[in-house]
Structures are given as C-alpha cells and as structure tokens.
Design a binder for this molecule. Structure first.
Ligand SMILES: *Cc1c(COP(=O)(O)O)cnc(C)c1O
Length: 382
C-alpha cells in the first residue's frame, strides 16, 4: 500500500473562496477594512461576544499588536508556557520585554495555572495562556491571579477558533485574544489572524496601532474630520482578497469543526486499547472545555523511539510530525527569556508527542489505514 500517501495536513477549501475573491475584485476595493473584512469582524464578534474583532495578517501580528497595547518597557515580564510557538514569546521580546516560562499541566499540556503566582514579580505585566490543541487553559484561575496582581491576560487562541471554556469562546475571555487563520489551522486564509479586543478600554488604541498609528478608522466613520499620526503603530490589516477567502471559511466554520471532531473521535476510540497497554497516552479534554479538534496527538511511552515511529510510518506513506521544541532551552529562549523551575512536563511533551493526520476530507478508509499503521509501528517499536 506504499502507492498511497496520507499527508499530515491538507488545506480544506469550502468552494466559495474564489467566488468571494472575484466579488472583492468586482467591488473595486482591495485594501483592508472593506465589505468582506467587515463581514469577518461581525462574524467573530457575534460568535465570540468579543467587544471588537480586528483582522490581522497573522496571529503573530495580533500578538505583536497586543504587546504594543501593553506599553511594555524593557525588563517588563510576561508569564507564558515554553511549550508553544515562537511567536508567543517573540511578540513581547520585540518590545524589549522578557518572557518568563512556567511548566505546563500533564493532562492538557496547557500552562500550569498553579505555578503562575510564584512566577509573578514586581516587573510582571501580563499572562499569556496558550490554548494547546484548541483545549482551554484554566481561565477562571488565571483571570483571578491577573486580577489580584493587576496583570493583563492575552490569550494565544491561535488554535482555539470555535472552542469554548465553560461555554465562552476562547479568545474572548482575557483582555485580549489572538486567532490564527494560517493554512495549518482549522479555518484558514493562507496567512491570517485576528485580534479580539475584549476590554473596551483598549479598542480605540487597537484600531490606531493597526492603522499605522493613525486615527484613520475614526476618520472613515466620520468621527474626526482628518486623520493624523497618534502613536506608535504599524500596518497589521489584511487586504480584501484575503478577507473574502476567509469569509468563505467562516461561513462554513460549523461544518468544518463537526467534520474534524468526527475524525478526532475515531482516533480517540481506536487508541483506547493502546493506552490501556501503556504504549501511549491519549489527549485529555477537561469537561468544561468544548474543543474544536484542532489536533490529534498521542504521547508515546518513554520506551518508544519517536523518530523511528515517524520514519517507519513515513515508509508506509503516513506523514506524522512531532511538535514544539520547547522555547526555554532554544538559543533565543536562553538569550531573551528566563524560566521558573525545570519544566519537566514541557520537556516530556517536547520529546514524546506525535501528531497524526487530521484534515477535512480524510476518509474513514484512509483514516483506518493510518490507525492500523500507527498500531503496527508503535507496537513493533516498543
Ligand atoms: C499557529 C500559531 C501561532 C502563529 O500563527 P500565525 O498566524 O502563523 O502567525 C501562534 N501561536 C500558536 C500557539 C500557534 O499555534
């Protein structure tokens, strides 16, 4: 069966993307904040309850906007997990701040909320929970710590579109939230993202920062009679062609999530026996978390050689990948950040986590082949 290969990811098109792009072309407005951008903003605000959604050209850009909004000074500290994508940290390092890493929870691999308070110092300004695999962090505890110490909470909800915590949309719970529409995520526009401004007091400055530091958005609403340079900013908005593409995806976000959840559930049932046999550990989703099936991963037992599993699966035409190389002992992490404690769970996840193909259109037959290959290879290697 080597003739057939199953990629790790295959971007899903809903079928309407080119239609909306043609419409944007016909509208004659290609710069940002046109009709499709407004549709996307409205959808996100309605779906999440966020005060204001602002499309950006990536989640990285949304995190950079968040860091600008915080008015950070060199030496200020931001608490986050080391088990995350580089942009979570980099956005704050760009402002001269220092990411402070704490370990993640063994069950969800999300920031361990019980370790946050001990990492707070007089320089701490913010906490950045990352909702790994679209499964929520323990937000009530995190918000309470932030309230006690006067900190801002910026959710890295890059993977969390359509996920919930106690019924609330991820990204809408902290002061600020960041979404990604990168093609490896669930709802996509190639490159793309959004900043969710949940604290209404930050909304006006967020618009200014996104529009090159000017009050151009207010000018277009007729609230001022000319627009001028107000403060430090940049160009963070996508054009209308990208927003048109994204609109086609947002319209179908419910179906996309359902189809992904079905595939996730099939993997979960298929690997129950291997978990009982001690060969791997399946993902754990706390009951208060409604997840979006962003990812299906397994944590291989320490006796299983992950690199061998990946290459033997590849020989069978099944593409699997590991995930984050922890930031804290990377060259950039050692240079710009500090850690509180040894981060043993982070190191474990960095070494033993394996992600399986999960994309809309993965047929049950093809998925069965993936499942059989994983069972054969992991059992053979153990
Ligand atoms: C994908 C991702 C990002 C970056 O998203 P971009 O849209 O590619 O900038 C940031 N944080 C996490 C946790 C991610 O998964």
């Amino acid at each position: 069966m080597k003739d057939k290969t199953t990629p790790f990811n295959r971007p899903h098109m809903t079928g309407k993307e080119l239609h909306y792009i043609a419409q944007a072309h016909f509208n004659g407005q290609l710069a940002g904040d046109g009709p499709f951008t407004k549709l996307c903003h409205g959808w996100i605000e309605e779906k999440t309850g966020s005060h204001k959604a602002l499309l950006t050209h990536s989640c990285t850009a949304a995190l950079e906007m968040a860091a600008l909004l915080l008015d950070l000074e060199p030496g200020d500290e931001v608490i986050m997990p080391s088990f995350t994508f580089v942009s979570t940290a980099n956005a704050f390092v760009l402002r001269g701040a220092r990411p402070v890493f704490v370990d993640v929870r063994p069950d969800t691999l999300n920031i361990d909320e019980t370790l946050i308070e001990a990492a707070v110092t007089s320089r701490t300004r913010a906490i950045v929970p990352v909702h790994y695999a679209g499964v929520a962090c323990e937000m009530d505890v995190i918000l309470e710590i932030a309230r006690r110490h006067g900190l801002v909470v910026v959710e890295d909800a890059a993977q969390g579109v359509m996920s919930t915590y106690k019924g609330r949309a991820l990204g809408s719970i902290g002061h600020l939230g960041a979404y990604s529409f990168h093609e490896t995520k669930n709802v996509i526009s190639g490159e793309g993202g959004a900043l969710l401004v949940n604290d209404s007091g930050l909304a006006m400055r967020a618009e200014i920062i996104r529009e090159k530091g000017t009050d151009r958005s207010r000018f277009f609403r007729g609230e001022v009679d000319k627009y001028t340079w107000q403060e430090v900013g940049s160009s963070f908005l996508p054009g209308e062609l990208v927003a048109g593409f994204l609109w086609a995806q947002l319209e179908d976000a419910g179906r996309i999530t359902h189809e992904r959840l079905d595939i996730w559930a099939r993997y979960h049932a298929a690997f129950a026996q291997m978990e009982s046999d001690g060969l791997l550990r399946r993902p754990i989703v706390p009951t208060e978390c409604g997840h979006n099936a962003h990812m299906y991963y397994v944590l291989l037992s320490e006796h299983v050689d992950r690199q061998r599993v990946i290459s033997e699966l590849k020989q069978r035409g099944v593409w699997t990948v590991f995930h984050y190389v922890p930031l804290h002992n990377s060259p950039g992490g050692l240079r710009y950040c500090r850690s509180v404690g040894d981060l043993p769970v982070t190191c474990m996840a960095g070494e033993r986590l394996l992600r399986l193909p999960l994309w809309v259109g993965l047929s049950p037959e093809e998925q069965d082949r993936v499942i059989r290959s994983v069972i054969d290879v992991v059992t053979g290697v153990a």
